[in-house]
Ligand binder design. Structure first.
Ligand code: NIG
Ligand code: FE
Length: 404
């Protein structure tokens, strides 16, 4: 048992059993001032104001803020090497599509990954995992998709399984065989190859993803791949509407996707398609920032009563950062979410987009004690305002202090 006392602001409170927040509810996570919070067996047992019930170790928050740890529902953080060379090409004026068309991009990462042993890939990826945990992420989805041939896709999924076993965070794995057409295949040969990879991938993955976008995979490809994945118990979480209004949202909704992600380019038809569904729209402002793409229409989505999650997209090509506090700040500064809405988007709604919101993502009795304790003097608004000032004093994963 441990009790955190003298909490200046305890934010992110949600009644137990609420799995996501939609529309106006996104601003409704509760706040307590001068609060305490008790942890036992790795879980939040109680919280309140005034004098806490006695028991266990006392941690003095000294007026700091306590918030739910971040839930990052979309990353590609298992990759080999770096794409710094392409970064220079990008600075010299080439677009993401132009870099990909020259054989760079995802295929460049696939070449590097092919030459990298599983042990080396694990070690390189763990550096990034430790980085994001220290920045307050407690739940993390990681995709394959830099293999693009059966043995390398499975190598990635096994590395994700090793990461899951090695860290105290919650990790979910997504099979993204359809990230780009692998070298040596025609488009249709590769779609067939992805379909053949699904049974083995389903032994290691929780979800299936397709990059349904202009120049990558069509709505028809996506339809076939998602239908096959569902036969093997893989619920879709797909890439849609990053480079074009792709039809990805609609095909995702058709297959009851847990989430549809990116959404830099949407019309009212995508908003309408998502209404009344169980699919979480996920926007990735870090890739808008890095690639200079439009930001997703967060206000229109929330205004239409939809839920919204924000994730980092941590990857070497379009978002080389897994900093969820920066994602939250972009949600406010660039997408005009209020700090309270952005907090819901990077915590509870992110957890929902991984099927983990009964377990983490909010201050709720019975949930895992996945928490961030800030230094004194912080508020939710200041997190987004002073967006590069270090604020974390301590990260708790299942109630235990995380030290990278
Ligand atoms: O989510 N859009 C597709 N996939 C990644 C980028 C991957 C890469 O460039 O390596 C993304 O942005
Ligand atoms: Fe992505």
């Amino acid at each position: 048992m441990k009790t955190i006392v003298n909490i200046g602001e305890l934010v992110g409170i949600v009644p137990s059993g609420v799995l996501r927040l939609s529309g106006a509810e996104m601003a409704s996570m509760g706040v307590l001032h001068n609060a305490w919070l008790q942890i036992d067996g790795g879980r939040i047992v109680d919280f309140g104001i005034g004098t806490p019930p006695p028991g266990g170790e006392v941690i003095d928050a000294r007026g700091g803020m306590v918030l739910p740890a971040f839930c990052d529902s979309h990353t590609h953080l298992v990759y080999a090497g770096s794409r710094e060379g392409e970064f220079l090409d990008k600075l010299a004026g080439l677009s993401y599509e132009e870099i990909a068309a020259r054989g760079g991009g995802i295929l460049n990462s696939a070449d590097l990954l092919h030459e990298t042993s599983a042990d080396e890939l694990f070690e390189q990826s763990m550096v990034r995992v430790r980085e994001v945990l220290a920045m307050g992420t407690a739940a993390l989805e990681i995709k394959s998709g830099y293999g693009l041939r059966p043995e390398d896709e499975l190598k990635m999924l096994r590395v994700i399984a090793r990461i899951r076993a090695a860290v105290p965070a919650l990790v979910r794995a997504t099979f993204l065989g359809a990230h780009a057409v692998g070298r040596g295949y025609s488009h249709s040969e590769y779609v067939d190859e992805v379909l053949k990879m699904i049974p083995a991938a389903s032994e290691l993955a929780d979800f299936i993803d397709v990059f349904c976008d202009e120049g990558f995979f069509t709505v028809e490809d996506t339809d076939r791949i998602l239908a096959e994945g569902l036969k093997y118990g893989l619920r879709p979480k797909i890439h849609a509407n990053e480079l074009a209004v792709s039809g990805g949202v609609q095909v995702g909704v058709k297959h009851k996707a847990l989430s549809v992600d990116h959404l830099e380019r949407t019309t009212d038809a995508e908003v309408a398609a998502l209404k009344g569904t169980d699919t979480m729209p996920v926007m990735l402002p870090g890739s808008s920032f890095f690639l200079g793409l439009p930001y997703g229409r967060a206000r229109d989505f929330v205004g239409a009563g939809l839920p919204l999650a924000l994730a980092s997209d941590y990857n070497p090509g379009s978002s080389p950062s897994g900093d969820m506090r920066f994602v939250m700040a972009l949600g406010c500064i660039k997408m005009k979410l209020s700090p309270a809405e952005a907090l819901a988007a990077v915590t509870l709604n992110g957890a929902y987009a991984m099927g983990l919101s009964a377990e983490t993502g909010s201050i709720s009795r019975g949930k895992r004690a996945d928490l961030i304790l800030s230094a004194p003097g912080w508020s939710l608004t200041r997190l987004a305002y002073n967006y590069t000032t270090p604020f974390i004093r301590q990260v708790f994963l299942a109630g235990v202090t995380y030290i990278a």
